[in-house]
Write a protein that binds this ligand. Sequence first.
Ligand SMILES: Nc1ncnc2c1ncn2[C@@H]1O[C@H](COP(=O)(O)OP(=O)(O)OP(=O)(O)O)[C@@H](O)[C@H]1O
Ligand SMILES: [Mg+2]
Length: 436
Amino acid sequence: MTITSSNSGFAPWSDRLRRSAIILIATALGLVASVVFGGLTLTQAGLIFLVIAGAALVPWHLHQSVPTTEDMIGARPAETPVVQALVGGMPDAAVLLDRAGRVLHFNTAAAQLAPALRRNELALFALRSPEIIAALREAIATRQPQRASYVDRVPVDRWMELIVTPLSLPTAFGGSEYCILMTFQDQTPLRRVEEMRADFVANASHELRTPLAALSGFIDTLQGPAREDPKARERFLGIMHAQATRMARLIDDLLSLSRVELSAHVRPEKLVDVVPLVRQVVDGLEPLASERQVVIDVELPQEPVVVAGDSEELLRLLENLIENGLKYGASGGRVVVSLTDPAPADAGEVRLAVRDFGPGIAPEHLPRLTERFYRVDVGDSRAQGGTGLGLSLVKHILNRHRGRLLIESVPNHGATFTACFPSTKTPISEKISAKE
Ligand SMILES: Nc1ncnc2c1ncn2[C@@H]1O[C@H](COP(=O)(O)OP(=O)(O)OP(=O)(O)O)[C@@H](O)[C@H]1O
Ligand SMILES: [Mg+2]
């Protein structure tokens, strides 16, 4: 809208003179004619001209200085703050586009999903998945709602459902503005539940079958031949207890794994100091260490070492790595747990290393160690009460923390498991105050 008034609401002199010019010229010509042909005196004609000129040039109010509804809503209702607030308040990731596919508004969830989204730019620059492009083109061409499913691979796999809804927003002039609403629903948790259910049935039933077979075998024996043999009964009950404990542990581990997997795509945001967690786990494993005659050496920095993490999951990770060192590297007699923090200006990684001096692991096993139920020596692991899920859990916890696991081993010279976490660049004072 253009407003030609000054701030006071009156037109400036130059404007008023310009608008009244024709009236004044016509009046002047009429008066000159009256003086020449009609006997009007020059003084009378001058007075009449002054009166008319005064009336024409008196400051007048601008009737159009108040913005109209049309001005306020604009010709494009999709660009109003109301529509922006609606898109911003949607629980799923949402992007509103104009008829040409240019971004008008998007909410925070959409910005997280597609960081390259920019207002007034084509959405296709930021959303490059072929399924999205096809659904959007179809919706623009047919003006019919479209659905599409696709997998977002970066930074972690996410199964997404896209709904493209063409909208027609009424304008102030009785017309309508055509635009397109895209909403993205994260189907990952549902999908993971399905996958986990299938895996659980396959692996858990296999792992549970052995102790269950042992239990029912011993029950039969206790009911039959060993009924009257207190010594055998005592021994069998001991074995049954161990098998039952193993089954309970297996179920515990599977549940922890499923919990971590379900939330794998949600990165923990809380800042946690890892130093006390290491101390807590080492203290808790001291009895196992002395039972295996292993010394745990702890090398920790003086300052807090902060990562964005979930302290419960970090405890489980530490427990698994240090316990493995104690169980499988016991012959080395020593396990070293060390924590290193990169320099504050350095955006490197926080590294937590667990090193043992036991038999180590042959190179062909290294790539498979983090698979569920994978064990180098199944008998040895079972004898130690292992379920083969520990390193798989460690890997999933690290994935969720956007970290990685390094495994180095030279047979007969021990193994080193290093958990690497992205460093937080937050100043130390803030980190400590945000600590749990
Ligand atoms: N420090 C180590 N030295 C030698 N072998 C190891 C070491 N850590 C793990 N392994 C091997 O990797 C296998 C997988 O370890 P993982 O922690 O996943 O399972 P587990 O220890 O057998 O069972 P759980 O951790 O569930 O009790 C182990 O069975 C063992 O063979
Ligand atoms: Mg283990």
